[in-house]
Design a protein around this ligand. Sequence first.
Ligand SMILES: C[S@@+](CC[C@H](N)C(=O)[O-])C[C@H]1O[C@@H](n2cnc3c(N)ncnc32)[C@H](O)[C@@H]1O
Length: 276
Amino acid sequence: MTDFQRIEHHYAPGGLIDGIRQGLGRLGLTSETVTPEALAPVEEFHIGGRAATQAFLDSLALGPEDRVLDIGCGIGGASRFAALTYGCRVSGVDLTREFVDAGNQINAWLGLSDKVGLSQGNVLSLPHKDAQFDKAFMMHVGMNIASKAALFREVHRVLKPGGIFGIYDIMKTGPEALTFPMPWASEPESSAVVPSAEYVRDLGAAGFEVGAELSRRDFALEFFERIAAAAAAADGPPPLGLHLLMGAQAPDKLRNMIGCVRAGLIAPVELMARKV
Ligand SMILES: C[S@@+](CC[C@H](N)C(=O)[O-])C[C@H]1O[C@@H](n2cnc3c(N)ncnc32)[C@H](O)[C@@H]1O
């Protein structure tokens, strides 16, 4: 198995679109009556869910004229949110075929296929021509990519001059080893979590001017409190949730990630960069 096959194997849950259909059924919805709001708990695979997406994407100042790239789009929750909220056209690329297929199915359910297109591919070798996009964003993907320098060169290539690149990733904030499985990797070999200084260095080397850096640690800790309270009050997992993406090890993955954020070893961080 190559490194990339190992990553796809980690993510592909099997039976995802059926699980989503069943979850919708438990909510009294179908593929004809489904709403973007109902899907939010299952389509935002990063700390903070939809609220994190909105805060992060607001800072990219997206608009109807923008052509936007979602790097490592998962099932495309943020792509659809961007298209619906800011009116932009979004292309998403993700390694995990099952996520891409489920995402495109959901685009069709919501009548969004002309605004949002997801394709299977490796973001280290994007299937786009040079200077195609006004903006690009990446949410919780860099933790799987060892060569951030190569990734940032590729993003730089497909952005127009002056284009904006927003990153919302989990980054290393302490020296101690992480506990696995994590939501993004079953074992340390598939994990590439590094301090923000390495992102800043590699973005600069790729030709980006790096702007504001925002730690989302406090927001993450509040989010964990909220989901713990909701889980304690609930009788089992909700009809739609990230357990459908994370599989049987979901509780271990979440426990390890939350423990490492609480212990100060990792934190979600936003970075903004501009192609010069
Ligand atoms: C934690 S998920 C985040 C998904 C999405 N950005 C979100 O926030 O909902 C990480 C995603 O990165 C994708 N990924 C990891 N390495 C990749 C690569 N080299 N090329 C494309 N996608 C990759 C995985 O398939 C997975 O869907």
